[in-house]
Design a protein around this ligand. Structure first.
Ligand code: PXG
Length: 458
């Protein structure tokens, strides 16, 4: 059971001292502090105001095995007693670190046999950034520095992460992106290809990558990076064939292909990794979140043997973090993978709960405010429109309806994110049919409740 917290005091201290992530500090002050989440079990979180909320976001796209896993607590305690920390810098490693690398390599398969550990998804992408440029230099092609990414991609919040990402509002803070990063259009059919044949639109988006490569010169391009399915961008599921085209373009010009699996990894899309679901083969795979189901911070960057062979010719790769391969995080990640395997959460997502969510979301197709409801595995999105049959938005601009409907959802006991006008969901992979029904029912009721307010906006 939770401890008996003084919630009012915690909220006061939150305003006085705590700067929360990606937040408007004035707003937090105005609302009297953050919602204090005190405890959780299974697919539910509880807050200090006594609300029990179905966690449609698995924390922050990460608690794949759900909350309250005693064995993860035990394995962390056991590892802390035996060895709470040791580093991987000085020709040293710990058992859990090495075993986790072996375990991940088994899941990524093929040539992705080498694992570099970091603490967060952002760091996993920073590792990609430095490693890829270093690789090309060692290979004798030092001009290959440019990364091609997509607008509205999310690759993290560090300098390289924000720069690789395609969030303009993030670039505006900190004078980013850093040089050498090119952004091209995203394969967001509902937002940007509406009315077009989906496959044709996908081809157009892939062609934009080739056009940019030719514009900047293939000899200057190091890598293309993309999330198999964009998460923070609004669960953008690319049209069929898109990734095959992208892969062919990368191969044609000898460009490395990076699949950012920070959200898609560890069963989310119905295979261990999103690139397996979508059918392409990357050269580097940053991953985080579901790797430990968020129980402890750890990320990994899987690297192909071809790249590692080149790195071996360069002496030290002078990159790494104090907590690279942290033994406690690694032990928890190992046990988390055990749980995912033992409970068949990947195939369950592919064959059972994923299709069940897709079917449940279909119910929303007839709702007057819903432009599209889409999902892949246990990643889903509902597009809110002002005029049925179009992709027009309330208030004539993006971002009016999303926050309103999201707030209704939360008040109705469902945690989801409202990204612009898209309600997105990413529940724990342990979610039941009943809970999926609850999730969709709450979204439906929240859309109904928001309707008068939104119609008034027009
Ligand atoms: N890549 C992807 C694809 C992500 O989704 C990161 C990298 C960075 O991971 P870290 O661990 O450094 O946060 C992410 C993280 C949102 C939201 O608004 C999404 C993320 C993080 C914070 C907020 O949906 N994804």
């Amino acid at each position: 059971m939770p401890r008996n917290y003084d919630i009012a005091e915690l909220k006061r201290l939150d305003v006085a001292h705590h700067l929360p992530a990606q937040q408007d500090y004035k707003l937090i002050e105005d609302i009297g502090g953050s919602r204090i989440v005190t405890h959780a079990e299974g697919c539910y979180i509880h807050d200090g105001d006594g609300n029990r909320i179905l966690d449609g976001m698995a924390g922050l796209w990460c608690v794949n095995v759900g909350y309250g896993r005693e064995e993860l607590v035990e394995v962390a305690a056991e590892q802390m007693r035996e060895l709470p920390f040791y580093n991987t810098f000085f020709k040293t490693a710990t058992p859990a670190t090495v075993l986790l690398a072996h375990r991940i390599a088994g899941l990524t398969g093929g040539k992705l046999q080498h694992i570099f550990f970091n603490g967060s998804g952002s760091e996993a992408n920073d590792t990609v950034f430095r490693m890829v440029r270093h690789y090309w230099k060692l290979k004798g092609e030092p001009k290959r520095k440019i990364f091609i990414s997509r607008w509205n991609a999310y690759h993290g919040s560090t300098v390289a992460g924000v720069s690789l990402g395609g969030m303009k509002f993030m670039h505006e803070q900190g004078d980013l992106p850093i040089p050498g990063i090119e952004h091209v259009r995203q394969p967001y059919w509902f937002g940007e290809g509406f009315g077009m044949d989906k496959r044709e639109f996908g081809k157009l988006c892939a062609a934009a990558i080739e056009e940019r490569i030719l514009e900047v010169g293939p000899e200057n391009v190091a890598a293309f990076i993309g999330e198999p399915v964009q998460g923070a961008g609004g669960v953008v599921i690319p049209p069929e064939g898109y990734w095959q085209e992208v892969e062919a373009i990368c191969r044609k010009y000898g460009i490395l292909l990076v699949a950012d699996e920070v959200i898609c990894g560890f069963g989310r899309t119905g295979e261990w990794f999103g690139h397996q679901t979508l059918g392409f083969t990357p050269d580097l795979v940053p991953m985080a979140k579901g790797l430990s189901s968020g129980y402890l911070p750890i990320s990994a960057t899987a690297v192909s043997s071809d790249i590692v062979e080149v790195l071996k010719t360069g002496g030290d790769f002078v990159h790494g973090f104090t907590y690279s391969g942290h033994p406690v995080c690694a032990a928890v990640a190992l046990r988390n993978i055990d749980i995912i395997e033992r409970e068949g959460l990947v195939s369950r997502t592919r064959d059972d709960t994923g299709p069940y969510l897709a079917k449940a979301l279909k119910r929303l197709d007839d709702h007057p405010l819903v432009g599209e409801a889409r999902s892949i595995g246990l990643l889903g999105a509902v597009e809110i429109v002002s005029k049925k049959g179009t992709n027009e938005r309330f208030g004539g601009k993006e971002g009016t309806a999303g926050p309103i409907v999201r707030d209704h959802c939360i008040a109705n006991g469902l945690m989801v994110r409202g990204i612009r006008d898209t309600i997105v969901m990413c529940p724990p992979l342990t979610i039941s049919h009943q809970q999926i029904d609850d999730l969709v029912t709450i979204i439906e009721a929240s859309l109904d409740q928001a309707t008068p307010e939104l119609r008034a906006i027009g």
